[in-house]
Structures are given as structure tokens and as C-alpha cells.
Write a protein that binds this ligand. Structure first.
Ligand code: NI
Length: 226
């Protein structure tokens, strides 16, 4: 499931992030790449333990926790502390699949990367090229979103960032370990959750609403790690 989540950050929060990132001490993005992806990766990143990255990352995670669409779609167990990248003209990231397991630096914790997320921090007018291209069984999807919006997709997908032909593209990216490992199961639960909410809005007192909510939780109980 490929899902756009609008307005994860407000315009003020995007401006706050950009104020920091526009003058940040960027480093070579190959620092966090595996052996294969290092060969196709050409961008800049904030070091994982950079205080600015941690401060802005905490703001993003707090925003995600308040976002019902993210919570329902991702069913997060653990969110990798958000990282930040920057592509200048001519830079790109060729086709790759993200590493399955990520160690959170300076901690004993690991994240199994079930979902990948990109939070756009540059407005689409600020750059040309730079689309995130995700391939799944339904085809190839090209994604470029307004600043503050997020795309969530299965981390098992082959994806790339197209070369920038003008301007600068700044984004945050991170991974989520979900309580429900399988994408298909997560998609079913998301669909069921949305459907129950729509039914309950239309007919709040229908007795089947309680039973359907029970079905949701009984499926979650069957499929989730906690
Ligand atoms: Ni990637």
C-alpha cells in the first residue's frame, strides 16, 4: 500500500525545519548506505546523531503520533529517528531496496523496516526532477508532494530518487517497524478501520458497529506483535 498523508507538519513547522536545515552542516549521504546502495547513492545527509536532526526528528515523531491516518495505516511499534537529506542539482539516488534491519545509533534498539516514509520539506516549485519513484506489483509510482506531506510505502519496494535538474530538494526520511509485519494484513486492517468509521458516522447507533469494531480488534490481536 502506497499512502499519501497530507499536512503531517504545519506550514510553521516546515518553516522552522527549513530555517535549521537551510544552513545545516550536511555530510555525504553514503555514510548510512549499505554496500550496494552506496554505489547508486549521491546526496547529502545530516549525521544521525546531529543535535538538529534529533530535535527536528522529535518534532516529526510527535506529529506522527497525533496523526490518525498515519497511526491507522502504519500501526507503528517503533519509528526510526527521522533522518534528513538534501539533493542538489545533478544528484540522485538510483534504484535500491532499503536495509531490512536498522540499528538506532547509540542505543541497543533495532528497527525492522516494514515501512519507508519520506516527508517532503521543499515545495515542488523549488526544484525540478527529484521525484521519488516507487515500484510495486501495481506498477511504477512517481511521487512529489507539497512540503509537510508524507508518503508511506512498503520498505520491500524497489525505489529511487530521480536526478535533480534545478534547485534543491530537502526531505526527511525514516522507517517504521509495524505491529503488523505484512503489508497485505496492514492494508486490510486500514480498510476495515476506515469502513467502520464511515458506517459509524452514517448510522452511529447501528448494533453491528460494535461487532465490526470487535472484528477489527480480534484480527489485530491475531496479527499484531506488541
Ligand atoms: Ni531508500
Amino acid at each position: 500500500m502506497l499512502l499519501q498523508i497530507p499536512n503531517v507538519l504545519s506550514a510553521e513547522q516546515v518553516a522552522q525545519a527549513r530555517q535549521v536545515l537551510d544552513q545545516a552542516a550536511w555530510a555525504d549521504g553514503r555514510a548510512t548506505a549499505g554496500y550496494q546502495s552506496a554505489k547508486v547513492k549521491d546526496n547529502l545527509q545530516l549525521p544521525e546523531d546531529h543535535p538538529d536532526a534529533r530535535k527536528l526528528g522529535d518534532m516529526i515523531v510527535a506529529a506522527l503520533e497525533r496523526n490518525p491516518l498515519f497511526m491507522s495505516a502504519a500501526l507503528p511499534m517503533r519509528v526510526f529517528p527521522p533522518l534528513f537529506n538534501c539533493y542538489h542539482e545533478g544528484q540522485s539516488f538510483g534504484a535500491h531496496i532499503d536495509n531490512a534491519i536498522r540499528q538506532i545509533k547509540g542505543t541497543p534498539y533495532r528497527v525492522r523496516t516494514d515501512l519507508s516514509a519520506t516527508l517532503f520539506l521543499s515545495a515542488p516549485e523549488e526544484y525540478d526532477g527529484g521525484e521519488l519513484v516507487v515500484e510495486d506489483t501495481y506498477g511504477t509510482h512517481s511521487v512529489k508532494l507539497p512540503a509537510g506531506h508524507l508518503i508511506l510505502y512498503p520498505a520491500s519496494s524497489l525505489h529511487r530518487v530521480q536526478p535533480i535538474t534545478r534547485g534543491v530538494r530537502i526531505a526527511s526520511f525514516f522507517w517504521v517497524q509495524s505491529m503488523v509485519q505484512g503489508d497485505e494484513n496492514r492494508a486490510l486492517l486500514f480498510d476495515l478501520d476506515n469502513s467502520i468509521q464511515a458506517i459509524m458516522r452514517a448510522t452511529p447507533d447501528h448494533p453491528a458497529g460494535v461487532r465490526l469494531t470487535g472484528v477489527y480488534h480480534n484480527l489485530l490481536r491475531r496479527w499484531a506483535d506488541a
